[in-house]
Design a protein around this ligand. Structure first.
Ligand code: NAD
Length: 358
């Protein structure tokens, strides 16, 4: 039976990479019933709503979506679609595989680790008290009464980390490791300094690890982890982190594997999963058939695995890897020079992957 999947083209270069990815996914032979709905700048311009209700309803119904990037206007306009999606569907886990494919230029020889980032808590919970505000004054008064004075000219952001949030993200990291044949989970934290937030995360991680004795477990202080990731990346496998560290280390990982054009991602919750590239809408390349669709295609590979289509996922990933390794039919960002005239377009890269799959 065909898998019903919500398809969101997004805006900027989104529609081009979504179309390229859709074609490759269909070429695997897996059957899809696409339920296409808009989101982003174009939806805002056309219908006055950047995130129409029918788009959210579709994902709630299908439980699986693949999405092109969406522009978030700076200053006035509308709130990030991704933040809205994460909140509406409680997509608490952000999975970002960082794998270096042969043929990609990088400072590293071997990179193959997976970031599992908590998506809902921590300093990104949005609990902020503006300098000079009434709430800020009340909070500082409370803190002063608890022997924790804060300067009057300070803005304050709060970092909540709960047992509930930590348990489900660490559990999902172990489940990912088991499901994908990974051997080790590393929990990253700064529990030596933030004893009651990161300390709680670490305590919970240790308890969850006891339930999964077949997977090795270790923890690393976040600064040490960054140092080791760039000196001995081969020692890392699945890394689970609270929100802020996860955000930063994801970008570090994307840099290590050759850049944004190659970094896939998935936002996963209990009832829904949304697959999308790490990069944004790259608006300056809109309509030019230029940018690299690999990141979204590899997100599509993650989606196939999520749908239990493992054989097709492997074939699709192998075909992408092979086209990249051969190096002739690749986009400008994968060529030795960015103005290399032999670079192919987004759509031709998809053709090459489809041809490679046979
Ligand atoms: P961006 O990731 O869109 O692009 C930055 C630059 O990286 C591009 O100009 C391009 O040179 C390069 N690049 C990005 N993706 C590439 C690809 N697939 N192939 C080749 N080169 C690529 O970042 P930005 O310019 O900071 O953001 C543009 C918009 O996207 C913003 O409005 C931002 O809020 C939004 N955004 C959306 C998402 C999302 O929808 N998931 C994520 C990040 C940013």
């Amino acid at each position: 039976m065909a898998h019903e999947v919500t398809l969101i083209p997004g805006d900027g270069t989104g529609p081009e990479i979504v179309e390229a990815t859709r074609r490759v996914l269909e070429a695997t032979g897996v059957e899809f019933a696409w339920d296409e709905h808009p989101a982003g700048e174009d939806a805002f311009a056309e219908e006055g709503d950047p995130f129409p209700e029918r788009t959210l309803e579709s994902i709630k119904r299908t439980g699986v979506g693949i999405k092109g990037p969406t522009t978030t206007p700076v200053g006035a306009g509308f709130r990030s679609i991704n933040v809205q999606l994460r909140k509406a569907l409680d997509l608490y886990s952000c999975v970002r595989p960082c794998k270096l494919y042969e043929g990609v230029r990088s400072h590293f020889d071997h990179v193959d680790f997976v970031i599992v980032r908590e998506n809902t808590e921590d300093l990104y919970a949005g609990i902020e008290f503006e300098r000079g505000s009434k709430g800020n004054a009340e909070l500082r008064e409370f803190l002063a009464a608890h022997d924790a004075p804060v300067r009057e000219d300070a803005g304050i952001s709060i970092k909540p980390i709960s047992e509930f949030g930590s348990e489900r993200i660490v559990e999902s990291a172990f489940e990912y490791a088991e499901r994908n044949g990974r051997r080790k989970v590393t929990a990253a934290h700064k529990a030596n300094i933030m004893k009651f937030s990161d300390g709680l995360f670490l305590d919970v991680a240790r308890k969850v690890a006891e339930r999964h004795p077949e997977i090795e477990f270790e923890d690393r202080i976040i600064d040490n982890l960054c140092n080791q990731l760039v000196s001995r990346p081969e020692e890392y496998d699945v890394i689970v982190l609270p929100n802020l560290y996860g955000d930063i280390v994801s970008d570090l990982g994307a840099g290590m594997i050759g850049g944004l054009g190659l970094a896939p991602g998935a936002n996963i919750g209990t009832d829904a999963a949304m697959f999308e590239a790490t990069h944004g809408s790259a608006p300056k390349y809109k309509g030019l058939n230029k940018i690299n669709p690999t990141a979204l295609m590899l997100s599509g590979v993650l989606m196939l695995r999520h749908l239990d289509e493992d054989d097709s996922a492997e074939r699709m990933e192998a075909a992408i890897a092979s086209v990249i390794k051969q190096g002739d039919k690749v986009t400008y960002d994968l060529k030795p020079s960015r103005d290399d005239p032999t670079a192919v377009g987004t759509s031709e890269f998809a053709d090459a992957v489809i041809e490679e799959m046979g």
